[in-house]
Each structure stands twice: as structure tokens, then as C-alpha cells.
Design a protein around this ligand. Structure first.
Ligand SMILES: NC(=O)c1ccc[n+]([C@@H]2O[C@H](COP(=O)([O-])OP(=O)(O)OC[C@H]3O[C@@H](n4cnc5c(N)ncnc54)[C@H](OP(=O)(O)O)[C@@H]3O)[C@@H](O)[C@H]2O)c1
Length: 261
């Protein structure tokens, strides 16, 4: 501390905070949950599967030493979100940091996609974050501090064929981020988005296991490689902590330079 100013590293500490990571049982959600726990937060992870949620919570608690709780609920429906939030309130308590991460991708050219495909992606990726934030944001505002972190995508701002519902949902998430940021800014609650490029998760298995598609992606990546999962850790802790206190309504791009071209 110099002249009353906080030490840079202290700005990132999350001791005493609580975080809910939707879809925190695998992929980017799990690694972000781990990052928040390592930075000092108590963490709640959710999934549609009670088994997956309990398993991820037990593993995270064992590896980080943090308090970790697993809860269940489908974010694409009001009933699922009600279930998720009731369980969170009962088993975990108030949420200071919400990471709206749960998401799906159904790929295919527009003329090959069904109405159900469209609804599944939009309801999970756009309506879900709205419903969860709509419930938890006002509680954060009432307590005078909060962080809402949305998982958008580089596909919110650039296009790829075969991604109509996914790219539309993520552009919507970026817009939702800005609107909620304005609504809650004066109450001490920030709302920001992370826009990842390609990371090697379950969602991207169809790309990683197809040598042609994998190579096509590599050629678009100035860094010459896909993202390593741990490379999202610093961004989520930054947005969850005091370190980002003057940032709201922003989208942080994490894409190996893809969208810089
Ligand atoms: N991986 C990338 O390269 C990339 C790039 C840009 C953006 N993103 C975004 O980052 C987020 C995480 O992606 P990921 O690659 O880590 O995906 P992933 O490995 O497929 O994990 C998705 C998580 O979301 C949960 N989930 C899916 N649908 C759900 C629903 N309806 N209700 C509740 N939970 C649900 C899954 O749990 P259950 O299946 O057990 O319910 C799982 O925990 C997504 O929003 C994605 O769009 C990813």
C-alpha cells in the first residue's frame, strides 16, 4: 500500500466473496470456478446433472481447499432457473459474483436447422443468462456490490458459416451486458462480458476431431494455436474482483488475435 492506495495484487483477492458459475462442471466454467476458488471465493457450480454438479464440487473443494457447492437446474427454462436459484439460496447463500457461463452450440447451415435447434441455443445462451441475472442482480444491488460476468464469444462480432443461432445468441449476450451494466452501475454492480475464441472443450470436440476443420481454425489464429483452458483464469478473476471496479458494460476479447485481423 502506498499513500493509502491498495497494493496491485490485493485488488485481485476474493476472500469473503461468493461466486455462482453456471455450467461450472466442465470446460471453461470448471476452470473459471477453479480460478475464483483459488483467488479466495466460496464457489457454487451448476449443471443439469446433479451427479456432475456434485462431482465437480467435490473435486474442486479437494484441489482448492475452498467451500464449493454443486446445484442443479436447466438455465433454458424459468422452472429450471427457479430450481437452480432455490437450491443455491438454500445450500450456498447469497451470490456476490455471477458467471453466466452455461451454453450450447448447435452447428449447421441455416436451411438445415430446425426451429427447435434455434430455440435450444437462444433459450440456453441468451434467455438463461437474462433469467439468472434478473434474479441475482437486484440482490447484489441491494447489498451495494456485485459482479456479473457473461460468456459471450468472438462470434458476437465476427461471423462463421453454420453458426446462425450461436452467433445471434452471443451478439445478444453482448447487448444484454451493456444494458444491465447501465441499469446497475450506480448500485455498485458491474456487468462485463468475456468473448473467447476457440478453446479445446467438449463444445468444440467436432472441430478438434476433424483434422481439416482443426487446421482451418489454426490458420485463422495469429498466435498459431488454440487457447489453453487456464488462459481464461486471469480474465475472470480480474472481472470478479476490485481490480475491475471502474469497468462495466465492456467485452474483453480472448481469442489469440483472431478478431484483430
Ligand atoms: N469453448 C470455446 O471455445 C468457447 C468460445 C467462445 C465462447 N464460449 C462460451 O463459453 C461457455 C462455456 O463453453 P464450454 O466450451 O466450456 O462448453 P462445455 O464444455 O460444453 O460446457 C458447457 C457447460 O454448460 C452446462 N450447460 C449446458 N446447457 C445447459 C443448460 N441448459 N442448463 C444448465 N447448464 C447447461 C453444461 O453442463 P450439463 O451439460 O451437465 O448441463 C456444462 O457444464 C459457453 O457459454 C460458450 O458458448 C466457449
Amino acid at each position: 500500500m502506498a499513500d493509502g492506495r491498495p497494493h496491485a495484487i490485493d485488488l485481485f483477492r476474493l476472500q469473503g466473496r461468493t461466486a455462482l458459475v453456471t455450467g461450472g462442471t466442465r470446460g471453461l466454467g470448471l476452470i473459471m470456478a477453479e480460478a475464483l476458488a483459488e483467488a479466495g471465493a466460496a464457489v457454487c457450480v451448476s449443471s443439469r446433472s446433479a451427479d456432475a454438479a456434485q462431482r465437480a464440487a467435490a473435486d474442486l473443494a479437494a484441489t482448492t481447499g475452498a467451500r464449493v457447492v454443486g446445484v442443479t437446474g436447466d438455465v433454458s427454462t424459468s422452472a429450471g432457473v427457479d430450481q437452480l436459484l432455490a437450491q443455491t439460496a438454500a445450500d450456498f447463500g447469497p451470490v456476490d459474483i455471477l458467471v453466466n457461463n452455461a451454453g450450447v452450440n448447435i452447428r449447421g447451415h441455416a436451411d438445415a436447422l430446425s426451429e427447435q435447434d434455434w430455440d435450444t441455443v437462444i433459450d440456453t445462451n441468451l434467455k438463461g443468462p437474462f433469467l439468472v441475472a434478473r434474479a441475482l442482480g437486484p440482490q447484489m444491488c441491494a447489498r451495494g456490490w456485485g459482479r456479473v460476468i457473461m460468456l459471450s464469444s468472438m462470434l458476437a462480432s465476427i461471423a462463421l458459416p453454420g453458426r446462425a443461432p450461436y452467433a445471434s445468441s452471443k451478439a445478444g449476450v453482448t447487448a444484454l451486458t451493456r444494458v444491465l451494466a447501465l441499469e446497475w452501475a450506480a448500485a455498485g454492480v458491474t456487468v462485463n462480458a468475456i468473448c473467447p475464441g476457440p478453446f479445446g472443450t467438449e463444445m468444440n470436440r467436432p472441430l478438434m476431431t476433424d483434422p481439416e476443420k482443426y487446421q482451418a481454425f489454426l490458420q485463422k489464429l495469429p498466435v498459431g494455436r488454440w487457447g489453453d483452458l487456464h488462459e481464461i483464469k486471469g480474465v475472470v478473476v480480474f472481472l470478479a474482483s476490485e481490480a475491475s471496479s471502474f469497468m462495466t458494460g465492456a467485452s474483453l476479447v480472448l481469442d489469440g488475435g483472431w478478431t484483430a485481423q
